[in-house]
Ligand binder design. Structure first.
Ligand SMILES: CC(C)(COP(=O)(O)OP(=O)(O)OC[C@H]1O[C@@H](n2cnc3c(N)ncnc32)[C@H](O)[C@@H]1OP(=O)(O)O)[C@@H](O)C(=O)NCCC(=O)NCCS
Length: 185
């Protein structure tokens, strides 16, 4: 559905269940996330089936499967929560650990942001656990502004601890200034 030089972002399919469970069951990957871990094989199959039925053009979540062109494997997933107004969205993302630090998440996030702003969205938001430095770096690398910190705003689904949440946002006009600075007002 969305192509980048190294990735295809597409709808989930049944064969994604095992690789999805493999990275979501890694405690380092699940640490700051809002989904339950570990995931049983049945729960992974149900999750993938639910993702496959989502509609990217309707309000609510659409979860892209991130596929690596080099080997066709599932590299991760990227969720877009389209608001009821159709003018805003929230993002969430996960990459399998063996693919970290090679720019794949940046490539996927940039492609989805470009796609969302091309279809007329005004603003994209994201949040992360304040300790999730890789996630904060990824957002800032892609032009997101840090807009605040909410102390003990989120209760971690797996550990029960109350955690601080960082808030991030990116406006369409700031994005276009970022990708073509000569058009900056
Ligand atoms: C958040 C997450 C997706 C970020 O992954 P990441 O590998 O750090 O991000 P990228 O794939 O964009 O890689 C960027 C890094 O690769 C380096 N890099 C190497 N080659 C690169 C290239 N061709 N292009 C861009 N960056 C490249 C960058 O310098 C950067 O390193 P740095 O973080 O030391 O500055 C990952 O840490 C993750 O899946 N975490 C677990 C799930 C999670 O917590 N998700 C967020 C919930 S809010």
């Amino acid at each position: 559905m969305i192509e980048t030089p190294r990735l295809t972002l597409r709808r989930f399919k049944a064969t994604d269940a095992a690789p999805l469970a493999a990275y979501r069951n890694d405690p380092d990957i699940a640490r700051y996330q809002a989904w339950p871990s570990p995931l049983s094989p049945q729960a992974a199959a149900d999750t993938v089936r639910r993702y496959a039925e989502q509609d990217p053009d309707r309000p609510g979540w659409f979860q892209y499967a991130i596929e690596l062109k080099a080997d066709g494997g599932l590299a991760g997933d990227l969720g877009v929560l389209l608001h009821e107004t159709g003018a805003q969205a929230d993002l969430g993302f996960t990459l399998a650990p063996h693919l970290h630090r090679q720019g794949y998440a940046t490539e996927a996030v940039q492609a989805v942001i470009r796609h969302l702003f091309a279809r007329g969205l005004h603003r994209v938001s994201a949040e992360c656990d304040a300790r999730n430095t890789a996630s904060a770096r990824l957002l800032e690398r892609n032009g997101f502004q840090r807009e605040g910190r909410r102390p003990e705003f989120t209760r971690n689904i797996n550990t029960g601890e109350w955690t601080d949440t960082l808030l991030y946002g990116l406006l369409a006009r700031d994005w276009s200034d970022l990708i073509s600075p000569s058009s900056a007002r």
